[in-house]
Design a protein around this ligand. Structure first.
Ligand code: NAD
Ligand code: MG
Length: 348
């Protein structure tokens, strides 16, 4: 097992796609990642067979894209690389079906480490286990490839039974266009834990709670919901775009001095030591497997808690106000010229 974090970045020159010349790759699933990997591999000259259930609604799409389709079991039996791109929650069941088809020297290839890292899939010792995870939704992986551009990605080797696992994963990364942009080497553990922590504490969970808390604070103090929506949600995109482009510095340089001073002194009042301790607890539950166990049980129970929380989020006031305002906005944008209207927060 390889479990040493490493910051090496690989590009096209580091990968030899000839390695896949006489290889059949089974792509299980034809969703976001599946359709992109399958088509990019095929356009790179690799023999691809898409594995889908007999009754899968994706069969027509895969065939219309000119790909061969079989059941996951049949696809795995003829392939030496099996790329597991069905949703993470259904991977263990699909894996049970294909496991008897894995031969010594075959490769199980993933785009996320959850099921391997948390022991939901335990491949035979003589099978390579690798990850090539584009850091982008599948439609961009496909679109970039067609535009002769790349999609950055991650690469990891969990088990190198053949001695060739990394070279083969690099060839796969090249064939789907990732080494054009650069592939960062990581481990299944690091990819899984940072991915879960990021989406829980910062990207999905953290940001939505921050937005709702700000919105509720203003509305509870008597300000209008419309103003609260604009200040706490709508302008988020302008700020994030600046950070994406040039880091925190570009954002601070672009806002007014008042916004900069206020942000630099008050941000840490909100995200204080208490919030940081809570982040550590969230990370701990990712690391010790508590979150994974909870999510696996939630799925086994038919997702009652998930459905209830989804519903509560949908019925929050900010969603209603936002829908109304976005409609008005879309109407205004359509009726005005394409004049540049992006603004950063004003002083007041
Ligand atoms: P998805 O939900 O878009 O697609 C899943 C596909 O799997 C479906 O279209 C269907 O063809 C098939 N499928 C669904 N249920 C099935 C079942 N019971 N049996 C057999 N086939 C079934 O999935 P995705 O988002 O492409 O995720 C695939 C993998 O890629 C996951 O491991 C995910 O974590 C990873 N990943 C996703 C993204 C992303 O942006 N979507 C990015 C990086 C990695
Ligand atoms: Mg096989």
């Amino acid at each position: 097992m390889t479990d040493e974090p490493d910051t090496t970045i690989y590009y096209d020159d580091d990968a030899d796609e000839e390695r896949l010349a006489n290889t059949t790759v089974a792509v299980l699933g034809y969703g976001s990642q599946g359709h992109a990997h399958a088509q990019n591999l095929a356009d790179s000259g690799v023999d691809v067979v898409v594995g889908l259930r007999e009754d899968s609604s994706s069969r027509d799409a895969a065939e219309a894209d000119g790909l061969r389709v079989a059941t996951p079991k049949e696809a795995a039996s003829e392939a030496s690389i099996v790329s597991v791109l069905v949703p993470d929650t259904v991977q263990p069941a699909v894996y049970d079906d294909v496991e008897p088809e894995l031969e010594p020297g075959d490769t199980l290839q993933f785009a996320h480490g959850f099921n391997i890292h948390y022991g939901q899939i335990e491949p035979p010792e003589d099978v390579d286990v690798t990850m090539v995870a584009p850091k982008s939704p599948g439609h961009l992986v496909r679109r970039n490839y067609e535009a002769d551009e790349g999609t950055p990605g991650l690469l990891a080797v969990y088990r190198d039974a053949s001695g060739e696992a990394k070279a083969e994963a690099l060839a796969y990364a090249k064939a789907i266009g990732c080494t054009r942009a650069g592939v960062v080497e990581t481990t299944f553990r690091e990819e899984t834990e940072t991915d879960l922590f990021g989406e829980q504490a910062v990207l999905c969970g953290g940001i939505t709670e921050l937005i709702k808390a700000g919105y509720e604070t203003l509305v509870d103090a008597g300000y209008s919901p419309e103003m609260a929506y604009f200040e706490c949600l709508n302008e988020m995109k302008l700020i994030v775009d600046l950070m994406y482009e040039g880091g925190l510095g570009e954002m601070w340089d672009s806002v007014s001095d008042t916004a900069e001073y206020g942000g630099l002194t008050r941000g840490e009042v909100v995200v204080d030591d208490h919030a940081r301790e809570n982040m550590e607890r969230v990370l701990e539950a990712v690391q010790n497997g508590d979150f994974a166990r909870e999510w696996i049980l939630e799925n086994q129970a038919g997702r009652p808690g998930y459905r209830q929380r989804r519903q509560a989020e949908k019925s929050h006031d900010i969603e209603e106000v936002g829908e109304k305002l976005r409609d008005l906005f879309a109407w205004a944008e359509a009726s005005e010229s394409s004049e540049e209207k992006a603004e950063v927060p004003a002083d007041d």
